[in-house]
Design a protein around this ligand. Sequence first.
Ligand code: IPM
Ligand code: MG
Length: 362
Amino acid sequence: MSTFRVLLTPGDGIGPEVLAEATKVLARIERRFRHEFVYEEETIGGAALDRYGVALRPETVAKAKASQAVLFGAVGGPKWDDPRAARRPEDAILGMRKQLGLFANLRPVRIYPEMIAQSTLKPEVLEGVDMVVIRELTGGLYFGQPKKRWESARGRQSVDTLRYSEKEVARVMHVGFQLARQRRKKLTSVDKANVLRTGQMWREIAVEVGKQYPDVELEHILVDACAMYLIRRPASFDVIVTENMFGDILTDEAAMLAGSMGMMPSASLGRRTKNGLGIGLYEPIHGSAPDIAGQGKANPLAMILSTAMMLRLSLGLEAEAAAIESAVDGVIGEGYRTPDIAAAGDNVVNTTKMGDLVAERV
Ligand code: IPM
Ligand code: MG
């Protein structure tokens, strides 16, 4: 029997609800495949602000580092939304990413054929959509210094900085090319090279790194055009690699291809260790959804699918990951839906029922 150490950080809003369904599914994996998951749980985000005065404690980061993976729910909510607040729930996710060195954020987008009707796009546009957006996660506009607000004689001023080093761009490009190699061998590098210096350097480095992967086709698209092509010809994308902020925006757009944010998992990865896979953080991209928290309406599938990514990418358990993914396929195929993805004639279920249905099929 193998034992795996996993840190749970449920966070705010629907985070705890969807995470409970993910561990329910993992309990089935334990029994069927004879593994043991040893959990620690930490309070983060707004809940931690209330309890400790900070969104992310150093103790929590230390526990994450002592684990093989982190299952992260969501952070944020109206209670902590004061734009002037010095400390915000979001510090928790940003701090985790930075302090764990998780520079590559993988956000797969695939369409369930049974849900094509759910999308606002035409079925013929969605056919064959299967891409992974890799968002650079520890640099760029989110973290560049200076980053501040101040008062001057001419009124309020503020600055954020878009800055990248060669090393930061190259390492995320390598992740992209390696992934493209295992897929349809096409990489789209997204930048704003017509205006930004960082974009020019980004493109230059993409070309240089690409020379090491001659079997992968490399294309460059400006970020504004990419926003357009994502809804005009989404099936043409295989792997996309882009800057932190661009990736944040484009992945919400890409989630709409799948019909709901409630279906989109993500994995955040850092440097691979010599003999291991390296720690990863796994979270749904949907956020804390305070408007539906505590009502049993949340879709746990993004969290459950993030758990499958954890099994595959941090724990090396491919068959176990595939078992979860095919259980989700099964549940969708049988017509079960949470409210966010339901259409007329569907069998609408709540959060815990959806978790049960997936768990039963593992
Ligand atoms: C995401 C979220 C976060 C981000 C927020 C919650 C800080 O939107 O993971 O996409 O901007 O990265
Ligand atoms: Mg986002």
